[in-house]
Each structure stands twice: as C-alpha cells, then as structure tokens.
Design a protein around this ligand. Structure first.
Ligand SMILES: CCCCC/C=C\C/C=C\CCCCCCCC(=O)SCCNC(=O)CCNC(=O)[C@H](O)C(C)(C)COP(=O)(O)OP(=O)(O)OC[C@H]1O[C@@H](n2cnc3c(N)ncnc32)[C@H](O)[C@@H]1OP(=O)(O)O
Ligand SMILES: CCCCCCCCCCCCCCCCCC(=O)OC[C@@H](O)COP(=O)(O)O
Length: 378
C-alpha cells in the first residue's frame, strides 16, 4: 500500500478530521443561531446567509469524499437536460441502498452549485444529530415522523414555506422511506402483492404520500423531478468509515429530468405514476447489474475547488489553537490535566462515532420491518 494511503488510515488523522468537523460545525451552528434576529428584519437575507453557513459544514464531508478518499462520481444523463441542473428548483428521487448515498447526492449538489440550499424530507430523529441536524433546522429542512396522521399538517406547512425560497434548491425524497434490507424488501413486496402491484427486485415499495403532497404543494415552485438511480462499481459496499479511512469508491448516477407538468394532479394517479417510476428504476438497476453501466452518455460535472478550500480554511484556523493548547498541556506536566484531555478526546471520538453510526444500515430503524401501520421508528 502506498504511504499516503497508510497515512489516511491512522487514527490520529481521523481524530484531527473529526475535531475540525465538530468544532467548526459548532461554531457554524452558533453563527446560525445569531442569524435569528435577522429573520425578523430581512428573512430572505437570513436564508441566504444560512445557505452559505450550511455550505461550510456539508462541503467538508464532500471534500472528504472527493479529495480525501478520491471517490469518483460519474453522471449519466441526457445532454438536453444537463443545462437545467443547478438552474432550477427540482425534486430529486433517489434509491436508498447505500450508507453514503446522501453524500454522493451532496457531491452532485456541490458540483451544480446548490449544496448550501439542498433540502430533504428527513426522519425527525436526524434533527437531533449535533452539527448536521442543528444546521438543517436553519435550512428549513422538512422533517417527518413517518406517521402520516402526525406528519400531514407539519409536512404541508414546511413545504409551503419553501415557496418563496430565495436560492435554487433540490428537494431530495427517498420514497422508499427507509434503507433497503432483505427483511424490509420481503415485507414491502408482500404489501405490493396485496395491492396488486408488480414486484420490485432492487427497491422497496415506494411510499407515495410524501411524494404526492410534495408535488402538490411545490407545483409552480419546482419545475422538474430528477429521477436518480445510484450504483457503485464492482459491487462495492461503501461506508462513511471507509471514506474516513481514505478508501476510494466509484459511484455511477443515472439522472432523468422529468418535467413536473407531466405528473398527474390527481392523488391516486400521482401515486400510480410513482409506482410506475419505481418499476422503471428497477429495470435500470437490472441493466446496470448486467452491463456495468447505465443508458445514455456520461456528462460528469467537474470537481470544484471550493469544498477543499473551505476545508483547508477550517483546518488551518482550528489546528493552530489546538497545537498551542496541547503544547501548553504537556509542558504543564500535570498528570491530571493530561488525563482529562485524553478522556475528553476519547469522549469526543465516541460522539463522532455515534454520529457516523446514524449512517449505518445495520443500526437503522425498524420502520418498514412490519407490514401495515405497525411501523415504528424505534
Ligand atoms: C442526485 C442528486 C441528489 C441530490 C440531493 C439533494 C439534496 C440532499 C439533501 C440532503 C441530504 C441529506 C440526506 C439525509 C437523509 C435522510 C433521509 C431520511 O430520513 S429517509 C426517511 C424519511 N423520509 C421518508 O420517509 C420519505 C418517504 N416517505 C413518505 O413519503 C411517507 O409517505 C411519509 C410522508 C413519511 C408518511 O409515512 P407513513 O408510513 O406514515 O405513511 P404512508 O402512507 O406512506 O404508509 C402507509 C402506506 O404504506 C403501506 N405500507 C405498509 N407497510 C409498507 C411497507 N413495508 N412497504 C411499503 N408500503 C407499506 C400501507 O399499506 C399504506 O398504504 P396506503 O397509502 O395505500 O394506505
Ligand atoms: C469532514 C467530515 C468528517 C466526518 C466525521 C463526522 C461525520 C458525522 C456525520 C454525521 C452524518 C449525519 C447525517 C446522517 C444522514 C444519514 C442519512 C440516512 O441515510 O438516514 C437514514 C434514513 O434515510 C432512513 O433511516 P432508516 O429507517 O433506514 O434507519
């Protein structure tokens, strides 16, 4: 293994990366909090400021993927749709099989210039994850409990707020509602059978309510749906820990731009439209498994330097005080202070490990593990 590859696997590197992420993230969260009075005076300006502050956090993870792990992301799409990307509001539909699928999504957001403003319909539990979850609060991310009786009102209210959003945004919807596991797949196919819907091989049966309500309330705000299908080459199973260890993956993303006008307004028809879309997505996955590529030409947007520059800025800013502090600590010779520092570092790394565990499929929720509405999120 090359020397730099070995270096990337060292615990001390991970500790430094996590330290920079945590401390810069908390600083940004604090700055976001400070924008609260601005919301009262100039809401649109406050939103724009928050997009840029959020970029400082999410682009660090993108830099980790692009520059640290060297992961490549290839985009398959048709050349007529390409000029629209990043220039309009869109709903993005993505398969949910991989632990870093959201990060690959972020990479494309970054390359098309919509990373700071990107949105998602996310499970409520993520709102409590320090740094990222807190950042999302100020980005007006739409949260749901995955209990329609409770969600209906809040989701609609949150969607309505996005109508006058001052920046172009992509609104990500994982219509499967949870990450793919064999057990969840088996159960959702039982539901499909009961509903008389064709079985899917590579996807869970999509939950249609979130999609229909999003289309209904963002009509006029959003111009297209980007149907996106993600896969990794050579059957790689990527993880965030792998990325942190500098492991390189190769992602392939197939995107079809579907004008919003082509989606039926009637709820039942809209739901059927989504089911049909997932049947097509299943066929794309099947073809990918057979041929190793998606249909159409590849038009990969280039990697931009901003994520790396932002990351280097925070590293330089935060490593200097840390080095001075550590030097003073060890010079003090106090066993108690040194012990306390080691314990604090250990606690912080446990905290980050917990955050990373939020991305791990085997630690996922039980949502979709039970047929019907016995679902719970525990
Ligand atoms: C390529 C570029 C990418 C760009 C990226 C852009 C932006 C990036 C931004 C941020 C990145 C960060 C990513 C963070 C990721 C976080 C993601 C998540 O948290 S995913 C989980 C939350 N989101 C969702 O769940 C969305 C999809 N779900 C829905 O829309 C749901 O409808 C709902 C609104 C959440 C409500 O759910 P609920 O379960 O309460 O109700 P439903 O009506 O949907 O379900 C009942 C319905 O389903 C049938 N049923 C029962 N069991 C199952 C089963 N196992 N499988 C399938 N269906 C089932 C049941 O019979 C009911 O049927 P019916 O409606 O006919 O009565
Ligand atoms: C520079 C970067 C340093 C990195 C070190 C620290 C990284 C900390 C990362 C925290 C990331 C938290 C964002 C979590 C996003 C998880 C997305 C996700 O995949 O959620 C799952 C839900 O969709 C469905 O949940 P399940 O029902 O499957 O359960």
């Amino acid at each position: 293994m090359e020397l730099f590859g070995l270096f990337k696997m060292q615990f001390i590197c991970h500790l430094v990366i996590c330290y920079v992420f945590l401390v810069s993230g908390l600083i940004v969260n604090f700055l976001q909090l400070c924008t609260l009075p601005l919301w009262a005076i100039n809401k649109q300006l406050a939103r724009k400021v928050n997009c840029r502050l959020a970029y400082c956090i999410s682009s660090q993870m993108v830099a980790l993927l692009e520059w640290w792990s060297g992961t490549e992301c290839t985009l398959y799409t048709d050349p007529e749709s390409y000029p629209f990307y990043g220039k309009e509001n869109a709903i993005v539909i993505l398969n949910h099989n991989f632990e870093i699928d959201f990060l690959c999504g972020w990479t494309f957001c970054e390359r098309f210039g919509v990373l700071g403003s990107s949105k998602v319909l996310a499970k409520k539990e993520l709102a409590y994850v320090p740094v990222i979850g807190w950042m999302w609060y100020f980005l007006e991310i739409v949260f749901c409990k995955r209990k329609w009786e409770d969600d209906q009102k809040t989701v609609v209210q949150s969607l309505q707020r996005l109508k006058d959003y001052p920046e172009n945004f992509w609104f990500l919807l994982y219509c499967e509602g949870t990450r793919f596991t064999q057990k969840k797949h088996k159960i959702s196919m039982e539901v499909a059978e009961k509903k008389g819907l064709p079985k899917l091989k590579y996807h869970l049966l999509p939950r249609t309510k979130g999609f229909c309500v999003t289309v209904q309330h963002l009509r006029g705000t959003v111009t297209a749906v980007y149907d996106s299908t993600l896969n990794f080459r050579n059957n790689q199973i990527p993880t965030l820990l792998g990325i942190l260890n500098g492991k390189k993956y190769h992602a392939d993303l197939y995107v079809r731009r579907l004008p919003l006008d082509s989606i039926p307004e009637n709820e039942a028809e809209c739901a059927m439209w989504l089911h049909k879309l997932y049947q097509e997505k299943d066929e794309f996955q099947e073809k990918y498994n057979l041929t190793g590529c998606f249909p159409g030409p590849t038009l990969t947007p280039p990697c931009r330097p901003w994520a790396l520059l932002n990351w280097l800025f925070w590293i330089l800013l935060l490593l200097f005080p840390l080095s001075v502090l550590l030097l003073q600590l060890f010079q003090s010779g106090s066993a108690f202070i040194i012990f306390t520092t080691v314990v604090l570092c250990f606690a912080a790394s446990l905290g980050v490990r917990w955050m990373i565990s939020q991305t791990e499929i085997n630690k996922g929720s039980s949502y979709g593990n039970k047929e019907g509405q016995l679902n719970n999120n525990a």
